[in-house]
Write a protein that binds this ligand. Structure first.
Ligand code: ADP
Ligand code: MG
Length: 248
């Protein structure tokens, strides 16, 4: 398996005038191509900080961070530009990169087509549902051809039913690519149904309490929705619930 990122013994403390806040204490984690890694942990434990470190938005105090390739970052809010149509929105990432080549443009459009959104190419964001907007936002992120995709609670602003549906859509979209994805979520069901591995973080300063590996468990299960009906789903749900409740 091809390694996409490797963070080792990372420490991170935030300082202000009068105080300091240690957020990560000796955290180590690796990710490989084709893998979806879930990170779940209490609010304020340092989940977004990990993504900000992986995307080089934050410097670390100690340890090493290696990322092989390009990073795409998708946030909770879709950050679509309301005054641009969908076509101009999905090209925005490439535009920032000054990488608007003919082949990159047609690749972006083919992603729209492949995931059933081509009919909306001339529409404006406000004409789309929340779930569609998030999928457009993902297409915009995938258009830059990242090797590492970071997703920070990407579905938490959506209603329950949309969230369940979009999990299947997004799962298919990211499994189709040859990338490593890191999904931060506080939704246990979402983590179990979408991820190959789920990392459970402790309270701040974040340490890894446990890593669940579902690769074999759900080997023959095709979609996140099907995982939710798998006989082992509830067992893992309860176990992770306990892990998160039992925070010391
Ligand atoms: P999570 O995503 O798990 O909810 P975060 O990684 O966003 O947690 O934040 C962890 C802690 O670090 C929080 O207490 C937050 O207030 C603090 N924090 C995050 N970013 C900064 C920053 N740039 N400066 C100071 N404190 C920060
Ligand atoms: Mg966060």
């Amino acid at each position: 398996m091809e390694e996409v990122f490797n963070i080792e013994n990372v420490k991170k403390t935030f300082y202000d005038k009068n105080s300091s806040l240690m957020v990560l204490d000796n955290l180590s984690l690796k990710g490989y191509k084709k893998e979806i890694i879930g990170i779940i942990g209490p609010s304020g434990s340092g989940k977004s900080t990990i993504l900000n470190i992986l995307s080089n938005l934050l410097k670390i105090d100690e340890g090493t961070v290696k990322v092989n390739g390009k990073v795409g970052y998708m946030f909770q809010r879709d950050h679509l530009l309301e005054w641009r149509n969908i076509y101009d929105n999905i090209l925005f990432g490439l535009e920032i990169e000054k990488n608007l080549t003919t082949s990159n443009k047609s690749n972006a459009v083919s992603l729209l087509e492949k995931y059933g959104l081509k009919d909306f190419i001339h529409a404006y964001p406000k004409q789309l549902s929340g779930g569609m907007r998030q999928r457009i936002s993902l297409i915009r992120t995938l258009s830059i051809k990242p090797d590492l995709l970071l997703l920070d609670e990407p579905f938490s602003a959506l209603d329950y039913q949309t969230r369940i549906n979009i999990c299947d859509d997004v799962y298919k979209m990211i499994k189709d690519q040859n990338i490593c994805s890191v999904l931060v979520t506080h939704d246990i069901g979402e983590a179990i149904s979408m991820c190959d591995k789920v990392v459970i973080l402790s309270n701040r300063p974040a340490k890894i309490k446990k890593i669940y590996d579902f690769t074999e468990t759900f080997d023959d299960v095709k979609t996140p929705f099907e995982r939710r009906t798998h006989p082992l789903f509830n067992r893992f749900f309860n176990e992770i619930w306990q892990e998160l409740s039992d925070q010391k």
